[in-house]
Write a protein of this length. Structure first.
Length: 319
């Protein structure tokens, strides 16, 4: 993703958060440095330490939040994996005090309607006090070249889609594709993470994955064994278009949208498109005082105006 495209998309982080939850009324002028000046804050990460939420998001955001929060507190990162994020979010709702010392970083899949209907969920997404977030980078479906024929022919053995769960929004291209584009796909779930899926694809245990991570994409492409049939694209001027890195790869929405006939189909697909644009979000517990929420939002706004932060966010879009 080039700098112009990312700078266009950085404001989308705010829009994406608005789609996820209606933010509370603004806190007004912030004059609370003397009232809220923590020495340390904790960021809960509902994922393993090698997950993208941790490595790419939480630590980048935490480092810059520390710079702009009153007192420049140190940051402790607490990984609480399990249930595709549900365990960490449930624990956060129960255990985190509304004192501004603990926040959480989570993803679009954690507020996806499919997830929220899971009886294990104990949190109400509308109650989180969100204070910032990142838009999702471009997602691509990457497919073994020796599986292309099977991928496009339902008379043959299905191409195998590997994944942790089927909940992550961008991965659901492999749900819409079979339904509307005739793809021949069978899912195999239960992988620990993207690194494991990449190795499985190289070994031929699975035929396809969906990823944002350009390092993984490069690793697979460098083998010469993979192709990219579709991408989610990037939002430019309100429209999903091909990312600069993949200018000739079809945008998934352009393939599916013309095939949608019923109003409910169109509404469902529009909802899915919106969710694919939400990346990761930062939030404080419900009932956190408005003044403290305002301090965090102000700090995050300053992060987004920080040239170094923007530079590293551009780099994040490439990892």
């Amino acid at each position: 993703m080039n700098e112009r495209a990312l700078r266009t998309r950085l404001p989308l982080a705010r829009t994406a958060l608005a789609m996820a939850v209606i933010l509370a009324v603004g806190a007004g002028p912030i004059q609370a440095a003397d009232l809220f000046e923590p020495k340390s804050i904790t960021i809960v990460i509902p994922a393993d330490a090698d997950n993208g939420t941790d490595n790419q998001i939480a630590r980048l955001g935490g480092r810059f939040l520390s710079k702009y929060l009153p007192g420049q507190p140190s940051v402790v990162y607490l990984n609480v994996p399990g249930g595709s994020g549900i365990k960490g979010l449930n624990d956060f709702i129960v255990k985190a005090k509304a004192d501004g010392l603990t926040s959480i970083v989570a993803s679009a899949s954690n507020i996806d309607p499919t997830t929220l209907r899971n009886p294990a969920v104990r949190y109400n997404a509308k109650e989180f006090q969100m204070y910032g977030g990142f838009p999702a980078p471009n997602g691509v479906l990457i497919l073994r070249r020796d599986a292309v024929g099977r991928f496009n022919d339902r008379a043959l053995k299905p191409a195998i889609m590997g994944d942790v769960t089927a909940v992550r929004n961008v991965d659901q291209m492999a749900v819409w594709g079979p339904a509307y584009l005739g793809w021949n796909v069978r899912w195999v779930l239960g992988y620990k993470g993207s690194s494991e899926m990449v190795l499985a694809a190289i070994r031929g245990e699975i035929d396809m994955i969906v990823t944002y991570n350009v390092n993984f994409i490069k690793q697979l492409q460098d083998t010469g064994q993979f192709t990219i049939p579709v991408q989610t694209g990037v939002m430019v001027d309100g429209k999903l278009v091909a990312a600069p890195e993949f200018p000739t790869t079809p945008v998934f929405s352009d393939l599916v949208r013309p095939l949608l006939k019923e109003p409910l189909e169109k509404k469902a697909f529009a909802s899915w498109e919106a969710l694919t644009q939400i990346g990761k979000w930062f939030a404080l517990p419900p009932s956190t005082p408005t003044t403290i929420v305002g301090i965090y939002r102000n700090a995050f706004e300053q992060c987004m105006s920080d040239a170094q932060f923007v530079s590293e966010e551009i780099g994040r879009a490439h990892v």
